[in-house]
Design a binder for this molecule. Sequence first.
Ligand code: FAD
Length: 402
Amino acid sequence: MDFTISPKVEDFRARIARFVEDEILPVEANRDSWDAHDNIAKDWLQPLREKAKSEGLWCLQLQPETGGQGLGKVGMAVCYEEMNRSIFGPVVFNSAAPDDGNMMVLEKAATDAQKERWLAPIVSGEVSSSFAMTEPHPGGGSDPGMMLTTATRKGDTYVLRGRKWFITGAADAGHFITLARTSDDPRRGLTAFLHHRDEPGWRIDRRIPIMGPEEHGGHCEIVYEDMELPADRVLLGEGLGLKVTQMRLGPARLTHCMRWLGLAKRCTEIATEYAQNRHGFGVRLSDRESIQIKLGDLAMGIEMGRLLVMKAAWAIDQGSFARKEVSMAKIHVANLVHKAADVAIQVNGARGYSRDTVLEWIYRYARQARLVDGADEVHQMVLNRHLTEQRRGFWTWETQAG
Ligand SMILES: Cc1cc2nc3c(=O)[nH]c(=O)nc-3n(C[C@H](O)[C@H](O)[C@H](O)COP(=O)(O)OP(=O)(O)OC[C@H]3O[C@@H](n4cnc5c(N)ncnc54)[C@H](O)[C@@H]3O)c2cc1C
């Protein structure tokens, strides 16, 4: 079993690490660069994006012919972790959700004409995008089969009607991928559609206030009121919406985990530094066994997360959907990033609870990790389904060819 990475991936990792250290962390440390929603302000972001692009550190997730670096999921796992050492890292490299997942699914599922119109402007950084699936009660959430938004065929067009919520980035996004029901077929009842912000027939009802920092464009509740879209806006094919969501959400869940590992490592970095410098009751904090146990345990949890993520990344690169591998990584890393922020705040005492470090930012952000892209319980349900079907076969090693 080979746990080494290629020289090409190591070169990207090292260049990203240097970029984060020299270019992004100083900006993150300057509160003037933060916007009202605790994200990097656009006028600070733009020059960093230009610089990342000029250094060839742009869109690692895409193939070179799409304008990316063709790193594959294994290479991305290494590099995304490095990017998210800074809370502002991923968006600088055009590797932040939801554009990251939207670009990856458009690259796979869109026709050439759709790629030119809907994907290329996201790749260039000219527009951002949203993925609209979740609906308020009684519509579809964890269970997409409950989706109520409809797209009714009318001649050469589809008419969309319904309500979505928690749509990340919607207040800023130019391009939308929206899921709607085109029939009652349980497997082929949903269809994915593409639309532009400036087209009539939809509106933002409200920007939902949340507990954590926000992606640019927030999290919005949006309404489709008889939005008419031509048939060439269908992505992949009518009735293939569930397939689009599977194609999008598997890799997107995993790239979330890759980034969250970077945040978890940053938490240990801040905690370790404080523990090494702080004394109490005549003893350095880092010399106390109780602190060593906490940080040692965290280090092990991060490594377990990296192994789960890397195995899933490898399986996807081999052509698998890696459903159970992604589910295991998602549950573990979502809980880990939450725990890492919690432990680091505890080790830092009152400083950890302040806004003098990014720990409180990570703590507030981390709570959503256990809900988005499949709540813990949904992934546990998926794992149990695999276990029930495969029994002892759940745990197997792939055998090398010949
Ligand atoms: C910050 C944030 C950003 C988001 N961005 C987007 C976005 O861009 N686009 C989009 O479409 N959606 C987005 N969402 C929505 C997100 O994907 C959903 O919240 C998630 O899929 C869960 O759906 P729900 O909220 O309807 O929860 P529900 O389906 O109502 O579930 C509620 C709870 O019930 C439990 N539960 C559910 N199913 C099971 C089960 N099978 N077994 C046991 N327990 C279960 C879980 O604890 C779950 O948290 C976002 C959400 C947040 C918080």
